[in-house]
Ligand binder design. Structure first.
Ligand code: SAM
Length: 279
């Protein structure tokens, strides 16, 4: 069952020739491929609401020392991992289920000269290939929505983060009201969508051995994000060459419209949780 679900998740995210498409879009945006910086990539490699600004907001709350080793679970194209290295001086390791995303993450890391500080591997968040206490911290950015077995996910993160380490979560969560619309950016159907309320998340984290130290509801921010995105996608001259639409294809507009409806109806919300791994 886990394997079937994971295959469906990979099928959802996979985009053929994604690396070539991104390089082409970067060139069409007027950027030199030989001198790319992480900031140049931000419109496409930060695959979560609010992009790089949201990354800065969440990572800023982790308060880690320079040199900390951070695991990015569900690292996608690697925007968050490269941010951790380039802006904060951390070491970052990413793991992601979608092999094409991992290949592109590695290619973009080489092109931005960050391979000494950032590495990626393909694999599942439910079976992390590292021994206990390998990392000082971990993050999940818009990942857990695809994962049914949340106890196992958070147990795996708790296992590989050292006691006292920090875990930052930035995820879509279930709201107080019932109901879901599809497609959304993480799933075509309910088959690969598993949301938990902020309260349920707190309980899951507690059971996994984390103490929640900070929680934020970012529903208004999420609404603003999708209203702006919808306007960009629907603009008469179309979206700019580089953007998340490269990952979402032709249904990008429908996905944002569904998000707006569900946020307005309090069926979903966007949350940040910072937790500390208990000793
Ligand atoms: C919406 S993207 C977010 C990517 C990245 N965190 C970011 O913010 O740019 C969700 C990512 O989670 C990954 N993912 C989903 N389920 C996973 C699992 N069980 N193990 C590892 N990665 C997973 C997907 O392959 C995809 O790259």
């Amino acid at each position: 069952m886990v394997q079937e679900r994971e295959t469906a998740v990979v099928d959802h995210y996979n985009v053929n020739s994604l690396g070539e498409r991104i390089l082409d879009a970067l060139q069409r945006s007027g950027l030199e491929l030989d001198t790319l910086t992480p900031i140049d990539l931000a419109p496409v490699d930060e695959f979560h609401m609010g992009g790089r600004a949201a990354t800065a907001h969440v990572i800023g709350m982790m308060d880690l020392p320079v040199g900390a080793h951070v695991l990015d679970v569900g690292s996608g194209l690697g925007g968050v991992a490269r941010y951790l290295a380039a802006e904060c001086g951390y070491l970052a390791t990413g793991i992601d289920l979608t092999p094409e995303f991992v290949r592109v993450a590695q290619m973009l890391t080489e092109r931005t000269g960050l391979t000494d500080h950032v590495d990626f591997r393909a694999g599942s968040a439910l079976d992390l290939p590292w021994p206990m206490a390998s990392f000082d911290a971990a993050v999940t950015f818009h990942v857990a929505m695809n994962i049914a077995d949340r106890p196992r996910l958070y147990a795996e993160v708790a296992r590989v983060v050292r006691p006292g380490g920090v875990f930052a979560i930035y995820d879509v969560m279930k709201g107080p009201n019932e109901g879901m619309l599809f497609p959304v950016s993480w799933a075509e159907t309910a088959e690969t969508s598993f949301l938990a309320t902020p309260a349920a998340m707190g309980k899951l984290l507690d059971e996994a051995g984390f103490e929640v130290t900070h929680e934020e509801d970012r529903r208004e921010f999420a609404l603003e994000h999708h209203r702006t995105r919808l306007a960009t996608i629907s603009a008469a001259d179309g979206p700019p060459p580089l953007g998340i639409h490269l990952l979402q294809g032709e249904t990008a507009g429908i996905k944002s419209r569904n998000m707006i409806k569900m946020l307005e109806a309090d069926q979903i919300t966007l949350g940040v949780i910072i937790a500390r791994r208990q000793d």
